[in-house]
Write a protein that binds this ligand. Structure first.
Ligand SMILES: [Zn+2]
Length: 86
């Protein structure tokens, strides 16, 4: 067969994602993998994105970072208010 060699990512872990199944090949010819995220979500990810570190979660990581930033801003706002009270 003239198929491109496909790296086996099964059972590998990339940050929060654990590769649990082969998800075939995408329209653009990328090897796709089904990965289980630590949060319980399942996502299909291209092997290149996993290896490059481009994709590290189902998307929950980004949401958490955004939430973390919001918290930091709120803490700062509270601290500023307290400072003015003196
Ligand atoms: Zn997740």
């Amino acid at each position: 067969m003239g198929m491109k060699e496909r790296k086996n990512e099964l059972g590998r872990r990339y940050a929060r994602l654990l590769v649990i199944a082969d998800a075939g090949t995408s329209d653009s010819g990328h090897a796709m993998w089904l990965a289980l995220c630590d949060c319980g979500e399942r996502v299909e990810v291209a092997g290149v994105d996993l290896r490059s570190g481009h994709v590290r979660s189902c998307g929950c990581l980004h949401k958490e970072i955004a939430a973390e930033r919001m918290r930091a801003v709120q803490v700062l706002a509270v601290a500023t208010k307290r400072g003015k009270r003196k």
